[in-house]
Ligand binder design. Structure first.
Ligand code: BV8
Length: 246
C-alpha cells in the first residue's frame, strides 16, 4: 500500500482498464460543501451531544422533539450548501467508465443534486420522513414540533438508518453485489468505522478488486487498501476524471 497524493501510474492503468467501479462515500465528501462531518464536533446548541447518541431509536423515543429539532437543523444546513467538485467528479466518472455503482453513507442528497443517478443511499435520506410505527414514507408537516403519521397517528421520524437499525435490504444487497463484482473500489471521505458500510472494501478486496482510500487523514484501515491517496476528495476526484477524459 502506498500513501501518495499524486496518482500512481499503476492506479491510472487500473482506472483506465476498469470494467466496473464501485464508489463508497462518507461525510468527508461533503465537508468541502460546508456540511460538518460526523467526527467533527457538533456546532452550537448541538455541541454537547455526540451524533452517535442522537442517531438512535432510543434517543428518539426518549425525546422525539429534540431529535426532530436536530434533523431540521441538519436539513437547514444541507439546504444552504451546494455540491462540491468531489460530488460533480463522481457524477462525471459514471459517464467515463463502463459501469459505476455509487454507495453513500451520507443522508444529505448532495450526490443526487450533483447529477449522480441510481445513488444507493445506504443510510437513508434526510429529506424523506417515515411513520415510526409502519415505516411508510410521508411528507412531514414542517409546522409540527413532532409530526404525526396521517394514517395511524404515530410519530413520523426522519427516513435515515439509526445505529442499531438494519440497513434497507435492497441497499445492502445491491451494495454487496457491486463490491463483490467491481474491479476498482474507491472509499472516499469515510473514517471506515461504521459497519456494515466499512466492510464493503474488504468484500471488494476478497474479490480481487483494486482498492483505493481517498482521505486527507489516512484511516486506521488505510493499510488494507492497495492505494491510499492522502488528499481532499474535491481535489483528487477531479484528477481521476482528468485522467479518463479524452
Ligand atoms: C446495524 C444515518 C444491526 C443517520 C448513520 C461491527 C463492529 C462494530 C460495531 C458494529 C458492527 N456492526 C454493527 C455495529 C454497530 C454500528 C456501528 O458500526 N457502530 C460504530 C460506531 C462502531 N452499526 C450499526 O448500528 C448499523 N446497524 O448494525 O444493525 C442490525 C442488523 C439486523 C437487524 C437489526 C439490526 C447502522 C449504522 C448506520 C447508522 N447511521 N447515519 C444520521 O446520519 O443521522 S452512520 C453515520 O455515521 C454516517 O452515515 C456514516 O456512516 C457515519 C460517519 O462516518 P463517515 O461518513 O465516515 O464520517 P466521519 O465523520 O466518521 O469521517 C469523515 C472522514 O472524512 C474522516 O476520515 C476525515 O478525515 C475525512 N475527510 C474530511 N474532509 C475530507 C475528508 N475526506 C475527503 N475529502 C475531504 N475534504
Amino acid at each position: 500500500m502506498s500513501i501518495a497524493c499524486d496518482i500512481p501510474d499503476a492506479l491510472t492503468a487500473a482506472l483506465r482498464d476498469a470494467r466496473h467501479v464501485c464508489v463508497l462515500t462518507g461525510a468527508g465528501v461533503s465537508a468541502e460543501s460546508g456540511v460538518p462531518t460526523f467526527r467533527e464536533a457538533q456546532e452550537g446548541l448541538w455541541a454537547r451531544y455526540r451524533a452517535e447518541d442522537l442517531a438512535t431509536p432510543e434517543a428518539f423515543l426518549a425525546d422525539p422533539g429534540l431529535i426532530w429539532r436536530w434533523y431540521r437543523w441538519r436539513r437547514d444546513v444541507v439546504a444552504g450548501v451546494e455540491p462540491n467538485p468531489g460530488h460533480y467528479a463522481i457524477a462525471a466518472l459514471a459517464d467515463l467508465v463502463p459501469r459505476l455503482t455509487l454507495v453513500t453513507q451520507n443522508v444529505d442528497n448532495l450526490h443526487r443534486r450533483a447529477g449522480s443517478r441510481d445513488v444507493i443511499e445506504f443510510h437513508g435520506n434526510l429529506f424523506e420522513d417515515r411513520c415510526f410505527a409502519e415505516g411508510t414514507v410521508h411528507v412531514a408537516d414542517e409546522a409540527d414540533e413532532i409530526p404525526a403519521c396521517p394514517v395511524c397517528g404515530a410519530h413520523l421520524r426522519p427516513g435515515v438508518v439509526w445505529f442499531g437499525e438494519a440497513i434497507p435490504e435492497r441497499a445492502l444487497d445491491e451494495s454487496c453485489a457491486a463490491a463483490a463484482d467491481c474491479d476498482l473500489f474507491l472509499s472516499v471521505g469515510t473514517s471506515s468505522l461504521v459497519y456494515p458500510a466499512a466492510g464493503l472494501a474488504d468484500l471488494a478486496q476478497r474479490n480481487d478488486a483494486v482498492t483505493v482510500e481517498i482521505n486527507p487523514n489516512p484511516t486506521m484501515q488505510a493499510e488494507r487498501f492497495d492505494y491510499a491517496l492522502a488528499g481532499n476528495s474535491g481535489t483528487v476526484l477531479p484528477e481521476l476524471v482528468k485522467l479518463l477524459s479524452p
